[in-house]
Write a protein that binds this ligand. Structure first.
Ligand code: HEM
Length: 399
């Protein structure tokens, strides 16, 4: 214990893409701090870069242990699904990573790039035909990631529109009544069971066929783990990429970087995107908790067995000890060591894929819409609230 009173958490409502000033104060005076959670209990919050990496990679901090305790939590209900990859510890976790890993390798992502580029062109054709002005959220950021997930899973083309409707409802969180969200979730689950049957009858060169084989022939997965993995990809691969893409375009336009890139000034696009990934506080407010399975010291503070620890990746990405002047977007320095995709065994499986989507989408925008600008003042853009990640409701643009 630090002996100090716990800080009420979260520190305040999330405001656009601003990172709450409390994180910096804690980084200066209390890098491992006690926090009081809104739905019961106290936990630890780690805000420093090195401490965050330590918590995310040390095997004594468990995700699976969060399933069996009443976790000090941020939301009234928590998803407790032991068949979800993010709730697993090794060896179960490593087995699933090993099975699904090849679908997200450099080679697989390189093979997918032309297909992603084609999807982007199609979406931009529609945008060009219907605007200006246009909503870049609806026209580009929202449809792209789900299309890519369909392609990876091997969802037949005839089913993709329906798949997207269900996933939109499941992802929308507040826009639909809970019964409708629940019904869409059930439809999606049933669909993935049917998809497994299809891949049994007609195996193809896609991730779901590989996982079905691992389930049936090799007994490495349960049917439940298989279906949950399909849903997990949607939950973690869709919402994050949609919002990251919209946030990036917003920052590029707001800060005049878009025009700079169009003049051929500035570093190569992948590097710009890495700095944007570091700078944009996508996560709001804390990520997934870990529980200490034995007493562990973090940054000079003793965390007792059974206590929960939260990290804040966006705060770690601006830790002054690692990123001097980290509150500023600086395209001149390569700062790709950011933690936006996490760290350690649970580090994002789709990081390369997400980067490919972001790069191809933004490169095509720059090429096809050199005069792109926000259609409203930056302060007038409205932001979604009470979500796991931050993003605009709509992104009105013109050209
Ligand atoms: C900009 C977009 C993305 C961001 C910022 C992001 C971020 C993250 C983070 C921070 C984690 C680790 C969570 C933790 O340790 O508690 C994670 C895990 C994961 N991500 Fe992503 N992600 C993105 C896109 C994607 C995409 C496109 C996919 C796949 C389609 C994907 C699949 C996964 C999976 C399967 C995990 C779980 C890994 C595990 O538990 O071992 N992500 N992501």
């Amino acid at each position: 214990m630090t002996g100090r009173a716990p800080h009420p958490f979260p520190f305040g409502p999330t405001v656009a893409l601003e990172l709450d000033g409390h994180y910096r104060k804690l980084q200066e005076s209390e890098r491992v701090a006690r926090i009081r959670m809104p739905f019961g209990g106290d936990a630890w919050l780690v805000t420093g870069y090195e401490d965050t990496k330590f918590v995310l990679s040390d095997a004594r901090f468990s995700r699976a242990a969060t399933l069996t305790m009443d976790l000090p939590r941020q939301q009234p209900e928590i998803v407790r699904d032991p068949s979800m990859i993010m709730s697993m510890d090794p060896p179960r976790h490593s087995r699933l990573r090993l099975l699904a890993g090849p679908a997200f390798s450099v080679r697989s992502v390189d093979r997918l790039r032309p297909w992603i580029a084609e999807q982007v062109e199609g979406l931009l054709d529609t945008l060009a035909a219907e605007g200006p002005p246009a909503d870049l959220m609806a026209g580009l950021a929202l449809p792209l990631p789900v299309a890519v997930i369909c392609e990876i899973l091997g969802v037949p083309f005839a089913d993709r529109d329906q798949f997207r409707v269900w996933s939109d409802i499941v992802m929308a969180v507040t826009a639909f009544p809970p019964e409708e969200v629940f019904a869409a979730f059930r439809s999606l689950t049933e669909y993935l069971h049917r998809l497994a049957e299809l891949k049994r009858r007609e195996p193809a060169d896609d991730l779901f066929s590989t996982l079905v084989r691992a389930t049936d022939a090799e007994g490495k997965l349960t049917e439940q783990e298989l279906v949950t993995f399909g849903i997990t990809l949607l939950v973690v691969g869709h919402e994050t990429t949609v919002n990251e893409l919209a946030d990036m375009v917003f920052v590029l336009l707001r800060d005049g970087v878009y025009a700079e890139l169009n003049r051929g000034a500035g570093p190569p696009l992948p590097r710009v995107l890495d700095e944007l990934l570091r700078f944009i506080p996508l996560e709001s407010p804390g990520g997934f908790a870990r529980v200490a399975t034995e007493d562990v010291e973090v940054g000079g503070v003793l965390i007792r067995r059974g206590e929960a620890v939260y990290t804040q990746l966006s705060a770690a990405n601006r830790d002054p000890e690692v990123f001097p002047d980290g509150d500023a977007l600086d395209l001149e320095i390569a700062r790709e060591q950011h933690l936006t995709f996490g760290y350690g065994p649970h580090r994002c499986m789709g990081a390369l894929l997400a980067k490919a989507e972001l790069e191809l989408a933004i490169a095509a925008l720059l090429r096809r819409f050199p005069g792109l600008e926000l259609a409203v003042a930056p302060e007038e853009v409205t932001w979604k609230v009470a979500r796991l990640v931050r993003g605009p409701e709509t992104l009105p643009v013109t050209w």
